[in-house]
Design a protein around this ligand. Sequence first.
Ligand SMILES: Cc1cc2nc3c(=O)[nH]c(=O)nc-3n(C[C@H](O)[C@H](O)[C@H](O)COP(=O)(O)OP(=O)(O)OC[C@H]3O[C@@H](n4cnc5c(N)ncnc54)[C@H](O)[C@@H]3O)c2cc1C
Length: 475
Amino acid sequence: MISVAVGEETPPTPEAAPHIAVVGAGLAGLAAAIAVVDAGMQVTLYERAPRLGGATWSFQRNGRWFDNGQHVFMRCCSEYKTFLERLGVSHQVVQQPRLKVPVMRPGRPTAHIARISAPAPLHMAGSLLCYRPLSVGERMRAIRTALALRRLNLEDHSLDQQSFGSWLSARGESEGAIAGLWDLICLPTVNLRAHEASLALAAKVFRTGLLDAPDGADLGWTKVPLAVLHGEAAAAHITGCGGNVQMSAQVAAIGEGPCLTVGGEEVAVDAVILAVSHEVVDELLPSNTLPQQKALTNLGISPIFNVHFVFDRTVMDVPFTAVLDSPVQFVFDRSEAAAWKRPYNSEQVVAVSQSAAFGEIGDSPSELIERYYLGLVDLFPKVAEAEVLDAVVTREHGATFAGRPNTARLRPESATAMNGLFLAGAWTATGWPATMEGAVRSGNVAAQLAVQYCRRGEAHQSPKVESLRRERARA
Ligand SMILES: Cc1cc2nc3c(=O)[nH]c(=O)nc-3n(C[C@H](O)[C@H](O)[C@H](O)COP(=O)(O)OP(=O)(O)OC[C@H]3O[C@@H](n4cnc5c(N)ncnc54)[C@H](O)[C@@H]3O)c2cc1C
């Protein structure tokens, strides 16, 4: 891990401070922009959308707030949590004191994946031994498999050459155990089922979250709309430190210098942090700026959709649950965030969250609402008695890159061959799947490199930048 130490040196005065442009205001760009202003440099953040937060956004409908998708983090997401602290919004998230995930199956008792207070990996052993969705033999095998996962060397590049599912099968895990246990964690974290996911990415999640430290997987989530937690708070911080935030500002190109074209004008800066999704990088950069620029689209995309229901009464009595033997994957009670800055009432806002939903993402909203309403009826009998006050579907076709085998080699490091250009984004070489933690880490690394680059005085040397500066000064 590269820690951000950019704030430790004496910041230059604002007038003399180098100017760093950050393109893209998802979590990677926001983290980068914050690290840059915290280091005392000038920043301009360009975002093509009329809002900040990228893949974490919210909207209002009939007075209630809805997030585009449920965003959960684990206690091991250290840089994301530091980011929230920096924004002063840590009090707006919940963190479980101890991991406990209910696993519901229609018509059957609820099982739990939970930890006890014991050193890793013993902290999970009791829960696995009692985990009813698996047979007794499958539970014993799962413990052996978890220990084998713990012995994997995460630095071993060959881990990325096979799927997590094939590795599990080779250890004798049945298809039932893969669906009933391993997919339950792989799906929401890698956004692929075990048979499609890279072993390297799945192992990273299981090791960092569940197997290396006892408290790594304690879950956290936001109590307020994501737009408030991330976008609003970050905008206030960046502008409060003298940074410039430009929304609805699509950067059309980035060139040597570095300079960028935005709103039909060329802007010369000392460094650029490009924090857009992997799908648009090639459109913005000169050909062959990155070694595998054209191949970035081979990282693929994996969809997530959410079906949000507003019921006139409480229908579920847990904050969230995983689900098996049902089309439903996860259900969250989002009433608190939905009622942000509104008086509470008796209604309940419930979100069904479906990851790697390749087969359903194209279905019509009415089909999805009907299918998942029936899924909820099977889980929570009170749903059948309740009135549905509102229902809405949010779809993210390219929610994340698809962390399949052989994708690690496509994920570039932050530093590039172009002077003054640095990359950020959850899809870059963070070692993490596409997560909020990965995005923030990538932004921190890019900011650290860009600030170091400017401090070393490597900026200001390009003749093109100097001539653009002179032109602008004359204009
Ligand atoms: C529905 C859903 C659920 C998720 N659930 C979880 C979860 O539970 N836990 C978790 O950790 N992660 C989750 N994720 C993943 C996580 O949200 C992402 O990995 C992370 O937010 C990506 O951040 P980013 O900054 O790398 O990219 P993005 O958020 O994609 O940001 C890129 C930004 O660049 C902007 N941009 C693009 N082109 C230009 C241009 N030319 N000029 C200017 N701006 C441009 C875009 O508008 C965008 O704002 C989820 C994602 C989705 C969609």
